[in-house]
Design a binder for this molecule. Sequence first.
Ligand code: IPD
Ligand code: CA
Ligand code: CA
Length: 288
Amino acid sequence: MPDLPPTLQIHRERCAYRLSHPMLHVALKAAFQGAVRLVEAFQTELDITVKGTANFVSSADLAAEQEIVSTIRESFPDHAIISEESHSDRADVESLWVIDPLDGTSNFLHGIPHFAVSIGYYQKGHGIIGVVCNPITSDWYVGVEQQGAWHNGQRMFVSRAGQLSQAMIACGFHYDRGRMMEATLATLADLFRAEIHGMRRFGAAALDIANVACGQFEAFFEYRLSPWDYAAGAILMHEAGGRITDCSGNPLPLGTSSGVCATTGFLHPALLEQLARHLKYFQSDETH
Ligand code: IPD
Ligand code: CA
Ligand code: CA
């Protein structure tokens, strides 16, 4: 078991110092407690259950989720919760927490230190607090409505690159190995033909979106994700000056899965245009 990095605490405090909201303390505490569970379990023997093709849940996901949910429940027993492994309350409520206790499970299970806790807090469907934390690298990405988004205490903004040829684009592959996978591969080929700067697939969507928000990538897309993958990242994107929508340019839902397109804003029409060529290809497949 790796030691808990001292910077995990320090970077959280740097973000907390910059922001103020009555729920922020609980959001940061819950993410920290979940992060501690993940560090404890990383590179140890775990119980693993197969959910579907290449889709696993481990005892680490469950332990982190239990810790996060109980921390939130201690302070806010009446708030609704949507979390990947255990809670599926309604999304259109006054106060909602959307939680992915371990985003990047495949990385985690392979001993790759690129995974995150992701927690979004919403009021009546409106994003208020977003927290994404990589516990191994101590990277904290925290945003509060109208107070900006912060990376380890430094204000973050999307990149200013204005052309696809300058764009480093991250993507994700849904677990589905059918036409959605083919559509993703075809999109990558088209983007390379459009002479993008580069393409990355890191395996943790919440971190991918946070990395667009902090200007490392110019864009990210994935043809299907779940609300817990993007709920926190969407708040970071808004606060960092970027744009995040589904793959047709519509607002992201909290109650159902959706494709995601996150960009600097300026690049949004160009990426949506590329994605539109492939959407029909698997959407028609899903109806059969
Ligand atoms: C997954 C990761 C991955 C993305 C998958 C997600 P999980 O989340 O974010 O990058 O491509 O679609 O389901 O299962 O590791 O929480
Ligand atoms: Ca996830
Ligand atoms: Ca997960």
